[in-house]
Design a protein around this ligand. Structure first.
Ligand code: GLU
Length: 304
């Protein structure tokens, strides 16, 4: 495994075309696109990594997997009243579908869906309380209490929030958002601004590898049934309108973020995190996807 990861890191470092960093969030626009990290966490607890796998980066939309998991635990299937389970086929921050579909976002991984998930788990709590719960949950599943939020990234998102604010107001106009919009978005931006390294992120995904149990810690996070369903949502919706392409090329449930990270789950085998800040046209890590493609070719880990 170490040889495979070293080969991948070497190939990726040599690439000239590295994609474009997300520039609509000023803090992310300043990140050096030459960085690359990859980590593979095995259920036994072993971790293999290459490149800058301990460098912290903004997990952004990968956090949506964790907030959905928390939401399912807190309110169960009631979450599906205001969020769908279909691929969107539209960009991550699109408003188009919301109008045609009565303000109900297609899935929990596009921005509108993730904002609706945050609203659902607030349940009258103050933003600070719910944010503390989300952070605590991420620390618990990753078994790492050092994981923290990058306040600068959160403020940077807040300063350029027009699109997400529009999505939230649009949903609210259909009666689908219960709490004050600035509070919901405050939680959403802070959740997206959690900083993690590839190694931490790979560890956080372990519960999805082994039917809901993080085997390395012995902690059951969700039922086997729920873990399968979260994986299926990642497969169908984890890369926005690039989800089909990711399934075709990589063949694993995965979730990307505009920080350039991707969490991919090889059921029964491993949890994998890659990070390369340059994005493709659809907002998914360009070289991160190539790295995963190479890993799956070498290991045969695709679910297909
Ligand atoms: N916080 C980002 C936003 O709301 C998340 C998008 C992403 O990672 O794809 O635009």
């Amino acid at each position: 495994m170490q040889n495979i990861l070293n080969d991948i890191a070497e190939t990726i470092q040599a690439q000239k075309q590295r994609g474009v960093v997300a520039d609509y969030i000023p803090e992310l626009a300043a990140i050096d696109p030459k960085q690359f990290g990859i980590a593979v966490a095995l259920p036994t607890g072993e971790i293999y990594s290459a490149g800058c796998a301990q460098q912290l980066f903004s997990i952004q939309s990968i956090s949506k997997v964790f907030s959905l998991t928390l939401a399912l635990g807190k309110i169960g299937d009631a979450i599906w009243q205001n969020v769908g389970r279909e691929p969107s086929g539209d960009p991550f921050n699109s408003i188009v579908q919301l109008e045609k579909e009565h303000g109900k976002p297609r899935n929990p991984f596009i921005n509108a869906g993730a904002i609706a998930v945050v609203d659902a788990i607030m349940m009258g709590h103050e933003p600070k309380e719910i944010l503390a719960e989300i952070l605590q949950f991420v620390r618990y599943i990753a078994n790492d209490s050092s994981i923290a939020i990058d306040e600068k990234v959160a403020l940077s998102e807040l300063a350029t929030a027009h699109r997400n604010t529009s999505l939230a107001h649009f949903m609210a106009s259909f009666g689908r958002i219960e709490h004050a919009i600035e509070k919901v978005l405050g939680v959403y931006y802070h959740q997206c601004s959690i900083s993690m390294s590839c190694e931490q992120l790979a560890k956080a995904g372990l519960f999805l590898v082994s039917e809901g149990v993080n085997q390395s810690t012995g902690r059951r996070v969700v039922s086997a049934h729920r873990a399968r369903r979260i994986n299926s949502l990642m497969m169908m919706c984890g890369h926005y309108d690039g989800s089909g392409e990711f399934a075709y090329r990589v063949g694993l449930p995965g979730k990307s973020g505009v920080g350039g990270g991707i969490l991919a789950i090889a059921p029964n085998n491993a949890s994998i995190a890659v990070w390369s800040p340059g994005l493709d046209k659809l907002g998914n890590s360009m070289l991160g996807t190539i790295a995963l493609e190479m890993l799956v070719q070498r290991t045969g880990w695709s679910v297909f």
